[in-house]
Design a protein around this ligand. Structure first.
Ligand SMILES: [Zn+2]
Length: 234
């Protein structure tokens, strides 16, 4: 904000000595943009539908699509539904039960499970087929990206290791370099970086198995939670 200096000495003295208290939001004085951001961030992450966004601030790239008005992959309706999904605002039974007791909080298939979007997407046997399709769609996207960069990509290669056979989702190679890649879509209640580290550790024996074929082996994973937060990796 531009600081205005008044020419009249009295007006200058009076305006310079105004004591303006900091605005208070929910009992906390906020004095900067950072304070406001932090306050509303905490509020969001402590709410039922907002706590699943806890891992989003660590990966700035995942906010890009929300700001893109003309998205080539999504219709307007699809974009709105994707925003609803990110904010856990799709009308699940659990959400509708907050509005009316006519809606059930329990999954009609699993009965004891809560009828939430998280359950439908991550656990419910009814959506098993769709879950596989979602996993394969992300595999395809990663494979196409690597192919465009000149990598040869194998899907689900069966690799013999000292720990028994292991089958990562993808093996992308170029010359002496190979990426062992696994794909995971995790829940919004776990740090995607932890899932990433577990995936990489799981495929460590593969690096020994391929050491005679490739001199540069990279163990990698593409991990994203169902609300769009992406693991950063090492
Ligand atoms: Zn269910």
């Amino acid at each position: 904000m531009t600081h205005i200096r008044y020419d009249d000495p009295l007006t200058h003295i009076v305006t310079e000595n105004v004591t303006t208290p900091a605005p208070v939001i929910a009992g906390t004085p906020v004095t900067s943009k950072g304070d406001v951001r932090e306050h509303f961030g905490k509020l969001l992450h402590s709410s039922v539908d907002g706590k699943g966004l806890l891992y989003h601030p660590t990966c700035p790239k995942v906010h890009q699509w929300v700001r893109t008005a003309h998205h080539k992959w999504l219709t307007g309706r699809g974009f709105i539904r994707a925003v609803h999904l990110r904010h856990n605002l799709l009308p699940s039974g659990m959400m509708l039960s907050r509005l009316s007791s006519a809606h059930s909080k329990s999954c009609p298939v699993c009965v004891i499970a809560p009828y939430t979007v998280a359950h439908i997407l991550q656990q419910c046997p009814r959506s098993h087929g769709t879950r596989i399709k979602r996993h394969n769609a992300i595999c395809k996207y990663v494979a196409e990206t690597m192919t465009k960069l000149g990598f040869k990509v194998e899907w689900e290669p069966m690799l013999r290791t000292t720990e028994g056979p292991l089958k990562p989702d993808l093996l992308a190679s170029i010359g002496e370099c190979a990426y062992i890649i696994d794909i995971a879509i995790c829940s919004d209640g776990i740090d995607p970086d932890k899932v990433y580290l577990n995936k990489v550790a799981k495929y460590e024996p593969v690096a020994d198995a391929l050491v005679d074929t490739y001199s540069d082996i990279k163990l990698s994973a593409f991990v994203v939670n169902w609300r769009g937060a992406i693991a950063k990796g090492h």
